[in-house]
Design a protein. Structure first.
Length: 103
């Protein structure tokens, strides 16, 4: 059984972020979402997703993972560390005000 009993070690953190990035890229590819298109990405993250849409679960999962990745990036930077690179330009998290999206 894998339980978290303390802070992640550096290699565990890197592995977790790498897996998160990979899943964001995989879902974006499946949904034909260009992660570099800030205007469309902003629309995607702020719009309600139609529950009857064929890819509702993929879209909801991707939206949640992007918001999670943004929160991690912001918290790491706020703690004085340099965030690991991700599939989305870091500046978009501030543009999208990700921290307000999950409160």
């Amino acid at each position: 059984m894998n339980t978290i009993s303390g802070p992640l070690q550096e290699n565990e953190y890197e592995k977790t972020i790498h897996e998160l990035n990979r899943e964001i890229v995989r879902l974006a590819f499946a949904l034909n979402l260009d992660l570099s298109n800030h205007a469309y990405l902003h629309e995607f993250l702020t719009a309600d997703i139609d529950r009857t849409h064929d890819h509702f679960h993929k879209r909801e999962t991707l939206k949640g993972l992007i918001i999670l990745r943004g929160q991690i990036c912001i918290q790491v930077r706020d703690s004085g560390m340099e965030p690991l690179p991700g599939p989305i330009d870091e500046s978009i998290y501030k543009l999208l005000q990700v921290h307000q999206s999950i409160e």
